[in-house]
Design a protein around this ligand. Sequence first.
Ligand code: XLS
Ligand code: CA
Ligand code: CA
Length: 438
Amino acid sequence: MPFFPEVSEPIPFEGKASKNPLAFKYYDSQRKIGSKTMSEHLRFSVAYWHTLMGNGQDMFGAPSFVRPWHIAGGDPMDRAKATMDAAFEFFQKLGVKFYCFHDRDIAPEGATFAQTCKNLENMALKAKELQKSTGIKLLWGTANLFSNPIYAHGAATSPDAHVFAHAAAQVKHAIDITHELGGENYVFWGGREGYETILNTNFKHEQEQLARFLHMAVDYKKKIGFKGQFLIEPKPKEPTKHQYDTDAATTLAFLREYDLIDHFKLNIEANHATLAGHTFEHELVVASAVGKLGSVDANRGDLLLGWDTDQFPIDLYSTALAMYIILKQGGLGSGGLNFDAKVRRPSIETVDLFYAHIGGMDAFARGLIIANNMLNDGIFDEFLEKRYSSYRSGFGELIMEGKATLEQAEQFIHENGLPKPFSGRQEYLEKLLNDYIE
Ligand code: XLS
Ligand code: CA
Ligand code: CA
């Protein structure tokens, strides 16, 4: 019995004129954009936690989705197996090549740590078979270090070393199964790594603990020969008031401070960027500028809501600018676009999961087409080239070569007078961007 009977075969590409809501209008997986296909550029991934595990529950109410794979009662392992069958049916029907999970998404916790590890290993065996038979790959795995109440004070940053040890043991197993499943990356999102008040928190100590934790993971990665990329996912708040990995710049500074920078890249989430008071493209460009943009959690927040709404991406300005940055850095490498997004609580039918993902995939496919056209025409690049051209010769060149001194600057001003005002042309460029968005 299929879990998604409303879709009988992989979602087709039917083009812009199609009126079929269960078809792609822009995402044509095999269409070449430059030297790569859309599928190779975009590397879409489904987030197991939202799409398979999500039940519509919120702070104000009980679950609103009735998923046929969420068998009530009975053995939690049976439920986990049914959920995984549903997952791979969904991935195949949607036509994505990747998925991502937390250890606790795919396997339930047992009564003891040993039982929990066993459950995870058993579910990893099943995942391995399903990956083999479908060709679907693991974009990244991660450990859920935030749901279990033992992590109430943090995991790696817990004031209790016993909790730290539990988190480290859990991460070891999560890396093991990610490795076993050929995961292309492994993510560290700082769940409850943060604090509420300095009255009970030794900030410096917790930073050092976190650094030790990550060094231990780096050592273990080397030891077992795991070749996937380690990624850190910044977020400014939620669940704690001050999450330690606040944003891209803070995370990069932390990695440099503790000699971890060579071992990590960043996984940038759109909604976390806006929660941090930044735009999505700002966070992407901060990471990309130093070669640290590794992967993307593709979603969006809401302008009027100050929390992590994890909505599906639909804004073409945002997807176009994101793809512009990604194309400029030559792609995401082993990373991808993971839909860390959930359907709204009233969107209770399984078909809504298809509409949501199709919408997100088409929005990024359009973003890719727009960004590629912007790059090919070269108008934006030419503009930038010109805007900074004074640094290519004369005193500007000396500055960039590190040869200019303050005294020379003074002499330069005496000789050349005051600089002339000039236009930033923002409205011209914004209008130009609009011309690319068809
Ligand atoms: C939560 C995060 C989380 C990470 C993976 O806000 O987005 O889902 O992506 O742990
Ligand atoms: Ca995320
Ligand atoms: Ca989020």
